[in-house]
Design a protein around this ligand. Structure first.
Ligand SMILES: [Zn+2]
Length: 68
């Protein structure tokens, strides 16, 4: 699984890589928030405030041929 986080306003790529948390049942623990905190919760390009509600978080499964 890979994860991508973009600014919800200008689309600036903030994070791309392995999924931050595979423990979806523990979503109350804001792992993405740690990424946003690295930007001081402000988009370095457009200055928009970053929060888990304003950024676009995309989680993609790896395509496994022949699965299912
Ligand atoms: Zn932005």
């Amino acid at each position: 699984m890979s994860e991508k986080i973009n600014c919800g306003k200008c689309g600036m790529l903030l994070y791309f890589g392995e999924q931050i948390s595979r423990r979806l049942y523990m979503r109350a623990i804001p792992d993405e928030a740690a990424v946003l905190a690295a930007y001081n919760n402000v988009c370095p390009r457009c200055g928009a405030a970053l929060s888990e509600d304003t950024v676009k978080i995309e989680i993609k499964r790896r395509v496994i041929h022949g699965a299912q």
